[in-house]
Structure formats: structure tokens, C-alpha cells
Design a binder for this molecule. Sequence first.
Ligand code: CMP
Length: 139
Amino acid sequence: ALERTFSIIKPDATARNLTGKVNAMIEAAGLRIVAQKRIRMTRGQAETFYAVHSARPFFGELVDFMTSGPVVVQVLEGEGAVAKYREVMGATDPSKADAGTIRKELALSIGENTVHGSDAPETAAIEIAQFFSGNEIVG
Ligand code: CMP
């Protein structure tokens, strides 16, 4: 079914001027960018967004990184968009990601891994609602 997922182009990618390259890989996979904005996340936004990871040892580092520079938040639409974008991104750890994926081609490390994508349709709805109002999404 036609589905939406939430994507973040992370600070390591905006710092290296890779927004267009990431978007080209998203669009080449048949996903449509139906909302997009460049923002600087506040610590509060990052802590809310990553609340499920708050007990992990890397939580502080993760919030520091995600607030260290601009990010591009996006809504992607397509058939099976959640699973498709996870394929396009590749594994969290770029050294384990398949050839041709965003993380294999562009990511620096497990933390500075270039992109985020929702892990399930339910999560996608929550993540999209944190950053976009309905009238900002144009399908
Ligand atoms: P993301 O998909 O945005 O969701 C959680 C993030 O935590 C993940 O991408 C990684 O960037 C980050 N992460 C996961 N494991 C580690 C780790 N061991 N050290 C630092 N960051 C991590």
C-alpha cells in the first residue's frame, strides 16, 4: 500500500554538502519526497525523538550529535515506503551495510550514519507528527 516514512538527513551529511546526493538516492529508489525542511534540532526535540534510546550508553552522544548542526527532516511516500527506505539506507553500521546503500556509500560511522528512517509504519506516524503539520505534507 501507499505508505509514508520519516527521514532525517543527519548533521554529518549536511556538513559534507550531501543533501542532494542523499535525495537523488531516495528518488532513484522510487520514493517521493512529499515534505522537507532544514532545521537545527533543539536538545528537547532530539531527546523526545530518541526517547526510546534514553537508557542506552550512547544516548548523550546521540543527542549531542543530532544537535551539532543542521538536519533535513523529510516525509517520504511510496509503496511500502518504510521497508523500502530501510533497504535504501542500509544497515545502521556502515561497515555492515550492503553496497549501493546510502550508509555504505556515504556514512562515516555507526553514530555519524548520514540518515535516519522510521522502523515501522506506527513509528513513522509519530515521528512525522513531531516535525510536520498536515498542511506541510503535499503528496
Ligand atoms: P538512528 O536510526 O537514527 O536511530 C538510533 C541511532 O543511534 C542510530 O541511528 C545510530 O546513529 C545511533 N547509534 C546506534 N548505536 C550506536 C552506538 N553504538 N554508538 C553511537 N550511536 C549509535
